[in-house]
Design a binder for this molecule. Sequence first.
Ligand SMILES: CC(C)(COP(=O)(O)OP(=O)(O)OC[C@H]1O[C@@H](n2cnc3c(N)ncnc32)[C@H](O)[C@@H]1OP(=O)(O)O)[C@@H](O)C(=O)NCCC(=O)NCCS
Length: 160
Amino acid sequence: MPMLRSGAKPEDRLAVRRLVASTGFFSASEEEIAVELVDDALAKGEVASGYRFIFAEDAGQPVGYVCFGPIAGTEASHDLYWIVVDNTRRGRGVGRFLEQACAEAVRGLGGRRIYVDTSSRDQYAPTRAFYLACGYREAARLDDFYAAGDGKVIFVKSLD
Ligand SMILES: CC(C)(COP(=O)(O)OP(=O)(O)OC[C@H]1O[C@@H](n2cnc3c(N)ncnc32)[C@H](O)[C@@H]1OP(=O)(O)O)[C@@H](O)C(=O)NCCC(=O)NCCS
């Protein structure tokens, strides 16, 4: 299994762009948003930005990452903003490893719930299966949220 590294470094801007692009799942604007979260964490620090990163690295090269953070205004709820594994490494346990590290970190911060949003489109069926496999349950489904026929599915994992 790859090594885990917490916290974002300047060179992670490129790594995140590369990893997100490798999936073929995300639009150019979504790719920009992923990099902006790294920028925010680098500029303000992970506490002030609210964006925490854990990278999975193989021989010093990021092969996946997870970005998460506390949801402002809640007692102990956290958001899992992004989890991405390099396209050539998918299906080999890296995602599960990253999710476990994220859940451990959230627990360590006193968090009790992790929320994650995804799309209801067929393309995301493996992603939804992944969250279920990691102990999340579907908490809500908002039809036509992203676009007509493209709903938002909200999953939650309880750490109680
Ligand atoms: C979703 C993602 C992060 C999962 O990471 P991964 O390393 O491929 O997943 P893992 O190998 O750790 O899988 C863990 C479990 O999830 C489930 N799972 C993973 N991929 C699956 C697939 N394609 N179909 C069905 N179930 C799947 C399985 O139960 C698996 O356990 P198993 O291998 O013991 O059967 C990764 O595939 C990815 O980057 N996908 C594209 C981007 C994305 O959708 N990100 C999430 C939205 S931000």
